[in-house]
Design a protein around this ligand. Structure first.
Ligand code: HEM
Length: 562
């Protein structure tokens, strides 16, 4: 008997397939129609197939796109099916990040607050609300405040050094990413929670375990991330496990207990928690005057029209916390989120000016610092001559400053500055900067118009590895950062902390933490490569679109004189 073809099913399936094909390719003429050079996309995956399939990081996908656009100042590509403009030329980058900042004020990280009221924080805030918070925050990042925090960080190095002692006796091989993350966790514990976490001794501490739940790249967050590239609402529906009540409650209780302990026992320390207590009791924090010319770097120089200023909404009670990073599993500014949420819960009902409390949370950016220190140790181990030169400098400077790591001693570590700069060049923890066009814009001297809401990428990692600016880019060479060599490069070819009014607000805290950690380690220990060290260093493809995690960094550690 002849079976009848199920035409209705065939037609329905064809329509569904046609719709899917249309959905994933309908935007693919976007750049061609605007006369913008672009990289040919693959249906559905656009130009980031390797990232979506976890074959490389987003930064590495951008390197491939950057190379394909060689010879162009900018060009288009597709994030799955979303058109994105990639900027290559330092002059255009400067134009977007500084000169015409008013047209590109926001990041592409904004979150619909109605849908997800806890999603606002300095990194993701947009428009006038971002500007207002940024202006409030800036005075808390002055060199005066940094100087005040330094002893707390130095204190944390003692634990690091003493715990490594055992390993050096037996010439152990250590996974340095983990060791350094313990150190930066201790810094956070101490500066933000006023606690001695002792992560080195108790690497399975609850504090660490909860932190890892949120920030470490994992399969769940990576799956959510990949699927939501195709269909955005998935992002809001499939919340990664990190967003659990357990994690929130843990940090909130911890913070509450530390605060009430201090108040009851009249304990005073130079840290974030102290500033929070000040805020709670006085309604404001004593602000430092801008005390150094560098501080001006952090202030907003953007011109604000009177109309814009009038539109300023108060941050108000709607101004809630950053939990967005939980969703993407972004390892960006570790623990910042925790403090945001803790402060929200604690202060929301107690003080009308609670919203100012978010100022201090931004002080907490340790993931980027721990990536920087561990990548730097990796390079120092692979380049023993550089390690030795740096150690000699540290010795000399410490002798000059009475054997103490002081703020002034850190300023004298000039070669270390070059080593850190070179580390941040080769391994910029934030591998791509992003902006979104907030007001339609014509790229100067071209016929190209950028539509409002277009996403822009500044591919920091790719630029830092472009032989045009950094010959032999895979070579670790701190001499690239002598005054002369810096002058000979276009300014916007080095962007580890971003640029313009949205430059990293914690850059000084980050650098200070990195330099203190390195100085303490080098005075005692020597690092060398071993059979387990992977050269070159690879990256975890599950890293987020913004930051990347290096793979494990195995190094041999011994006493410096061995
Ligand atoms: C080595 C350490 C660090 C690196 C490499 C780094 C890098 C960056 C980069 C590239 C940006 C984006 C800038 C842009 O879009 O132009 C950024 C933004 C930001 N960083 Fe950092 N960062 C570090 C440490 C820190 C620390 C220690 C904190 C806080 C204490 C911090 C807080 C922030 C905040 C709040 C923003 C958003 C600023 C805004 O939008 O106004 N960062 N960081």
């Amino acid at each position: 008997m002849e079976t009848e073809l199920p035409w209705n099913i065939i037609l329905a399936s064809t329509a569904v397939l046609a719709f899917i094909y249309w959905y994933f390719t309908s935007t693919f003429s976007y750049w061609e129609m605007r006369g913008v050079p672009f990289v040919k996309p693959l249906p559905a995956f656009g130009n980031i197939v390797d990232y979506i399939l976890w074959r490389n990081t987003y930064q590495e996908s951008c390197v491939k796109i950057y190379k394909k656009l060689e010879g162009h100042a900018f060009g288009g590509f597709y994030d799955a099916h979303k058109p994105v403009l990639l900027l290559r030329d330092p002059e255009i980058i400067k134009q977007v990040m500084v000169k015409d900042f008013a047209n590109f004020r926001d990041r592409n990280q904004s979150i619909p607050e109605k849908l997800f009221p806890l999603g606002s924080h300095l990194f993701s805030l947009t428009g006038s609300r971002w500007r207002k918070l940024r202006m409030m925050l800036t005075p808390t990042f002055t060199s005066g405040k940094m100087k005040m925090m330094l002893p707390t960080i130095v204190e944390c190095t003692r634990e690091l050094i003493s715990c490594l002692e055992k390993s050096t006796d037996s010439n152990d091989i250590l996974e340095m990413r983990n060791v350094i993350a313990n150190f930066t966790t201790d810094v956070i514990g101490s500066c933000a929670f006023g606690l001695q976490i002792n992560s080195m001794k108790e690497s399975d501490s609850e504090f660490r375990r909860m932190g890892n739940k949120i920030f470490k790249p994992n399969h769940r967050t990576s799956i959510v991330r990949s699927i939501s590239l195709f269909f955005r609402p998935i992002f809001w529906i499939l919340k990664p496990a990190a967003m659990s009540q357990e994690v929130n409650d843990f940090f909130i209780d911890l913070f509450k207990d530390s605060m009430s302990y201090r108040e009851k026992n009249k304990v005073v320390r130079n840290d974030f928690l102290q500033l929070l207590i000040q805020l709670k009791n006085k309604g404001k924090v004593d602000e430092d005057r801008l005390s150094s010319k560098d501080d001006i770097h952090l202030t907003i120089t953007e011109n604000v029209s009177a109309a814009d200023a009038e539109k300023d909404e108060p941050l108000g009670t709607k101004f809630n916390l950053e939990l967005f990073h939980f969703y993407y599993g972004i390892t960006y500014h570790k623990y910042m989120v925790i403090v945001y949420s803790v402060m929200e819960r604690l202060l929301h009902f107690r003080t009308r000016s609670w919203q100012r409390s978010v100022l201090f949370s931004s002080w907490l950016g340790s993931e980027t610092s721990s990536t920087t220190i561990s990548c730097c140790l990796h390079e120092l181990a692979a380049n023993p001559d550089i390690q030795e030169r740096l150690r000699k400098e540290v010795d000399k400077v410490l002798i000059k400053h009475g054997g103490k790591i002081t703020y002034e001693a850190l300023q004298d570590l000039k070669y270390m500055d070059a080593v850190v700069d070179e580390t941040l060049r080769k391994y910029p923890p934030v591998g791509n900067l992003n902006r979104v066009c907030t007001k339609a814009y014509k790229i100067p001297d071209t016929h190209v118009n950028i539509d409002k809401d277009t996403k822009l990428i500044i591919p920091v990692y790719a630029i830092h590895h472009d032989p045009k600016y950094y010959p032999d880019p895979e070579k670790f060479d701190p001499s690239r950062f002598t005054e002369n060599n810096i002058k000979n490069r276009p300014h916007f070819s080095y962007l580890p902390f971003g640029e313009g009014p949205r430059v990293c607000i914690g850059l000084r805290f980050g650098r200070m933490q990195v330099k203190v950690g390195l100085a303490a380690l080098l005075t005692k220990y020597k690092f060398s490569v071993c059979e387990k060290t992977s050269i070159p260093l690879g990256f975890d493809p599950m890293s987020s679109t913004i930051t990347f995690w290096p793979n494990k960094i195995f190094l041999k550690i011994s006493h410096r004189d061995n």
